[in-house]
Design a protein around this ligand. Structure first.
Ligand code: ADP
Ligand code: KDG
Length: 319
């Protein structure tokens, strides 16, 4: 069995250092919130399994072999030859503004149904990691998320949900309605501070403000709420009333996309290692900083013996 099972859409991605233009040079990679988390975990030595669907095309093969190369277990993944692998383009439109374009409607990943996940659920895992993005891909993926969450909950796994709201995929209202019935199965809810109103928006009495939102979430059955605050760090609260916050590590900012996924990988790694809430938050914050300080979503993530690397003096050469 895996330590962590996750699933969702992974795409062929092109990253442009400037606006989209004829002849612009792009960097080719693969991107997907859930596979980013799986890679982060695998680099730290955890057994991470990814169960998504790709098309029977070259991008699909690139995704599978990249994940395998990173040590992610892709045996629960599938190929749908009748549909294409999804794609995304990321333009650095101006220095600190990145714009994303998606080609994911009718993609192979959007054809996911609960049946595709059944074998992976039978195999079992300690942790199931879900994100709101998968819920936005269509009715099949949404149903797959619900069934996986219910199964994992019933079997005593830890269920983590990263809200990961994507405005280009659905409205905050639709997201709130889809996520609400999931919460009874969720152990750890992870959200950016600005995503808290998205999850609590469909509550009978939507709470106002972060403190009230976290209270309301902890009253649903969620045991821990972890709030990501970008360059400000992160905060933790649990049902027992324990609170902790960490300031962000001071690192040069290269590319902030993927920080949230790296953060989730760090948090789950800490959970698997049996760390305290403070230790989990530290590891999450450390992985988030690695993602921010390097190009790409996951390419710069650390191996276990590199976890302390960011404490080296700025500009240091390690020799
Ligand atoms: P998301 O990518 O989901 O929007 P955030 O931007 O909040 O997530 O980043 C997730 C985490 O990554 C933060 O909670 C923090 O730990 C780390 N992080 C984000 N931005 C920075 C930064 N500028 N410097 C250092 N760490 C950062
Ligand atoms: O979290 C980073 C993601 O935005 C990226 O890897 C692609 O999954 C992705 C998405 O839906 O935006």
């Amino acid at each position: 069995a895996a330590d962590v099972l996750t699933f969702g859409e992974t795409m062929l991605a092109a990253q442009l250092p400037g606006p989209l233009a004829i002849g612009a040079e792009a960097r080719t990679t693969i991107a997907g919130a859930e596979s980013n988390v799986a890679i982060g975990l695998a680099r730290l030595g955890h057994r991470a399994a990814w169960a998504g669907l790709v098309g029977g095309d070259e991008p699909g093969r690139l995704i599978l072999r990249t994940l395998r190369g990173e040590g992610v277990d892709t045996s629960p993944a599938g190929v749908r030859p009748e549909a294409p692998t999804g794609g995304m383009l990321r333009e650095r439109r101006v220095a600190d503004l990145v714009r994303v374009h998606y080609w994911r409607r009718h993609s192979a990943a959007s054809l996911l149904t609960p049946a595709d996940l059944a074998p992976a659920l039978r195999t079992g895992a300690r942790v199931l990691h879900l994100t709101g993005i998968t819920c936005a891909l269509g009715p099949g993926p949404l149903e797959a998320v619900h069934e996986a969450a219910a199964h994992a909950h019933a079997h005593g796994w830890t269920v983590a949900l990263d809200v990961n709201h994507r405005q280009r995929l659905w409205s905050a209202e639709d997201a709130g309605e889809a996520l609400l019935p999931l919460l009874e199965h969720v152990t750890v809810l992870i959200a950016s501070d600005d995503e808290l109103p998205v999850v609590t928006g469909a509550f009978a009495e939507p709470p106002r403000g972060e403190e009230a939102a976290v209270d309301a979430l902890l009253a649903t059955g969620v045991r821990e709420v972890v709030v990501k605050r970008g360059g400000e760090g992160a905060a933790f609260r649990d049902r027992a009333g324990y609170r902790h916050t960490v300031p962000a590590l001071r690192v040069p900012v290269r590319d902030t996309v993927g920080a949230g996924d790296a953060f989730c990988a760090g948090y789950l790694s800490g959970l698997l290692d049996g760390l305290s809430p403070d230790g989990r938050l530290d590891r999450a914050n450390t992985l988030g900083a690695f993602a921010v300080a390097s190009d790409g979503d996951w390419e710069g993530l650390p191996r276990r013996d590199e976890l302390g690397l960011l404490t080296a003096a700025p500009g240091a050469t390690i020799r």
